[in-house]
Design a binder for this molecule. Structure first.
Ligand SMILES: [Zn+2]
Length: 506
């Protein structure tokens, strides 16, 4: 009975204007009284429209022609040009930072926060000096079609932040190419998260909501260079949390709830290369995704959400500048690749007390949860890291996707007889549910040694390059966001991908 009532209460709750009650906004998320000059604040409702954003950027460019340039990197599915904004001295050897907002179209604080940042770096003297010390690129509205209708998804219904390895959407292809071309030392993707989830109705009196103004999402994937996580935890997060504390903004590492077999559990951190935090980390740059509390809140606490985004972006820029030598060094050290790669891992399971807001009596209460920590994974199956992957020349699709991911691909100059490792499929099935329009291929394989004559023109992927961890995560057949799993290739085609582990240079 209580359960039924609490679900009704919850549905009533989310059917009214915003997902936060007035009282919760007042007590926990009162809005900030600040001027924000983005086009959204010229009107009472809604958010900055695409045309308004372009006019806003063009106006800044007219006023500061020396300091800002705008490049259009590709088109959305509905044909709108995607702008990438460059600030600071693009020719200098300064630390390179790239920010992105609006990859999910219903998370407006990301986009508005990026526009506020661009504006202030040009117009506000106290922070304008940042531009002398950084080379900055910003994609303020990554998913334009989604943003125009405040939908998470691209026009074809796909989630762009699940497309970082399959690369089927024009927006994602354009974004990957542009960011790899820029080659940032620091990449931050700004999002908003949903503070109320159906899973939370079972907590507290009649349900709970998240209390964190923002959450830090970074990768615990075991094929990501561990120095990246270390640098985030020892430099970027401590600096950012000092700023957040100053403004009494609450934070946590990223948690997402999952429902399985009638049980709720929480995932901490990220491991999956299909999404941006891990994908960019695999390309050996410092990579973060910020989740600001906002989805479903319409314009409630909107200035607070935008300010949080802006504050974080500012803090990350300052850390990048102050620690530039350290960061560059750590990124360089990531090029010393390990002997083995991790094929299968297990997340550590931890009982945890999570503080949440009880929506009925407006108090912060501890909730007992089970945490699967993606930031503490244990390896279960490993393989020797190859020196090259060798790919038959008719698998153009694989070569072209690796190219979009920013990998250098060579070809054999002559026909060559080589001792290689090949995959043999032991088990094979399709995932029962549809994900992004397809059923995932699930395989297990064993490695067999073979001697094969490869034709001139065969693709070879040298594994001593900066972004080679992306080849590991896309080419090994068991990988959860790999090309085989995601139907870029079919199981029979895995016989066309080989591993070369000998020390000879090809
Ligand atoms: Zn998002």
């Amino acid at each position: 009975m209580r359960c039924k009532f609490s679900i009704l209460f919850f549905l009533f709750f989310i059917s009214i204007n915003s997902q936060d009650s007035k009282k919760i906004t007042e007590i926990f998320f009162y809005d900030f009284d600040i001027e924000i000059p983005t086009p959204a604040f010229d009107k009472k409702k809604g958010f900055t429209k695409y045309d308004e954003m372009i006019a806003f950027l063009d106006n800044l460019k007219a006023n500061f022609p020396e300091k800002i340039s705008i490049k259009y990197i590709g088109k959305s599915q509905k044909g709108k040009e995607i702008p990438m904004v460059f600030l600071g001295n693009q020719k200098s050897p300064l630390i390179k930072t790239c920010f992105m907002g609006g990859l999910h179209g219903n998370e407006p604080a990301g986009t508005e926060g990026m526009l506020l940042l661009i504006n202030n770096l040009l117009n506000v003297d106290s922070i304008a000096k940042i531009l002398d010390k950084v080379n900055l690129a910003i994609i303020p509205m990554a998913n334009i079609d989604g943003y125009e209708k405040q939908s998470r998804y691209a026009n074809n219904g796909q989630d762009l932040n699940r497309d970082h390895t399959k690369l089927t959407n024009p927006e994602m292809i354009a974004i990957k190419k542009a960011i790899n071309n820029f080659s940032p030392d620091l990449m931050v993707d700004f999002h908003e998260y949903k503070p109320y989830r159906v899973d939370f109705v079972k907590f507290g009196e009649y349900g709970t909501t998240s209390m964190f103004d923002c959450m830090f999402l970074y990768s615990g994937n075991l094929n990501v260079c561990p120095l990246i996580k270390q640098t985030i935890e020892s430099k970027f997060i401590p600096d950012a949390t000092k700023k957040l504390d100053f403004y009494k903004l609450k934070y946590h590492n990223y948690l997402s709830s999952k429902h399985k077999n009638n049980k709720i559990y929480f995932n901490l951190g990220s491991v999956s290369p299909r999404s941006s935090a891990t994908s960019f980390a695999l390309s050996n740059c410092i990579s973060l995704l910020m989740e600001v509390r906002g989805v479903g809140l319409k314009r409630d606490s909107f200035k607070r959400r935008i300010f949080t985004t802006y504050l974080l972006a500012n803090s990350f820029l300052k850390t990048a500048i102050n620690q530039s030598t350290y960061i560059r060094n750590e990124i360089k050290n990531c090029n010393a690749f390990p002997e083995e790669i991790v094929i299968k891992y297990k997340k550590e399971k931890i009982p945890y007390k999570l503080n949440m807001i009880d929506v009925y009596n407006h108090k912060v209460i501890p909730v007992d949860i089970l945490l699967y920590s993606g930031l503490n994974c244990k390896k279960e199956i490993t393989r020797k890291r190859p020196n090259y992957y060798i790919i038959h020349k008719d698998l153009n699709i694989v070569a072209s996707k690796l190219n979009i991911l920013g990998l250098n691909i060579d070809t054999l100059k002559y026909d060559e007889l080589l001792n290689v490792e090949s995959y043999e499929i032991i088990s094979q099935s399709k995932a029962p549910q549809i994900f992004q329009g397809f059923h995932e291929n699930i395989v297990t394989t064993k490695i067999v040694n073979k001697e094969i004559t490869f034709e001139k023109g065969t693709y070879i992927i040298p594994m001593n390059q900066k972004r080679s961890n992306l080849a590991v995560e896309t080419l090994e057949p068991e990988m959860l966001s790999g090309f085989l799993r995601f139907n870029v290739i079919q199981p029979h085609e895995i016989s066309k991908i080989h591993r070369y582990t000998l020390n000879k240079e090809l």
